[in-house]
Design a protein around this ligand. Structure first.
Ligand SMILES: Cc1cc2nc3c(=O)[nH]c(=O)nc-3n(C[C@H](O)[C@H](O)[C@H](O)COP(=O)(O)O)c2cc1C
Length: 230
């Protein structure tokens, strides 16, 4: 097991951004509560519209994590994902389609699932509902009244949560897959309708030896995204 450090493993934001990746295999050892609190304290510094801080974060571990995972896994095996609290993408065209395809292929290639193997891909998709073996999952909800800006703030919160976890040598993966079943999560945890599920983040100590953690996704160049107006 990697050492549990409260001192950062990566010091600068530039290092952290280079190191972070979506971790999809974990060691079973839990992360101590004070380390999780350190991540939460860092994420709490996130900027938000009018400083509303609309995020509610539910950290699920231990027996509750097992039971939630069982419930979601069963649900996802029985019925296809529905619309969550937030709209799904309308379509993926051109380079969006290409980038989505490439990152999917990288993932399936890393664990030897062939392109034609629909069943294998379905099986791997269901691993989302086992939280990829992570001992903890953070469920991030937005206050419904705060609308789209609140959801944007929650996205920024999720990013800071993941960067803080990375700085401490932990692994994490953001998951929209959990947000496809918001009613199941709300009912299970006794959360009111007024909280809208934005995404989940599974996290823990990475299994560095697992091949699924061995690939890194690419990014478009700056010239593809930035437009200069002088
Ligand atoms: C909002 C959001 C939702 C995501 N949902 C999932 C998911 O449900 N399952 C999954 O395995 N990865 C999910 N990802 C991870 C992306 O696939 C990943 O961030 C992307 O391919 C870039 O790779 P990287 O995170 O390793 O840099 C999600 C990422 C974001 C930001």
């Amino acid at each position: 097991m990697s050492a549990i450090l409260t001192e950062p493993v990566y010091d600068t934001l530039f290092q952290i951004l280079q190191q972070r990746y979506s971790c999809r295999a974990y060691q079973p050892e839990p992360v101590p509560r004070h380390v999780i609190e350190q991540i939460l304290a860092a994420a709490q510094r996130t900027a938000s519209s009018c400083n509303t801080q609309p995020w509610h974060v539910h950290i699920v571990s231990g027996a509750t994590r097992e039971a939630l995972s069982d419930r979601l896994y069963h649900e996802a095996s029985e019925r296809p994902p529905t619309e969550g609290d937030y709209d799904n993408p309308v379509r993926f065209v051109e380079h969006y389609r290409d980038r989505r395809f490439i990152c999917g292929m990288q993932l399936y290639d890393s664990i030897g699932i062939e392109r034609q193997d629909k069943e294998g891909r379905g099986r791997q998709m269901l691993e989302n509902y086992r939280f990829f073996g992570a001992p903890h999952v953070a469920l991030i909800f937005n206050e419904a009244d705060l609308g789209t800006y609140g959801a944007v703030d929650c996205g920024a919160y999720a990013t800071n949560f993941m960067n803080a976890a990375t700085a401490l040598g932990l692994g994490c993966v953001p998951q929209a897959a959990i947000a496809y079943y918001p009613d199941v999560v709300r009912e299970f945890l006794g959360i009111p309708e007024s909280q809208r599920l934005v995404c989940a983040i599974s996290f823990g100590h990475p299994d560095h030896d697992h091949p699924i953690n061995g690939f890194r996704t690419e990014r478009a160049g700056i010239a593809d995204v930035a437009v200069w107006h002088d």
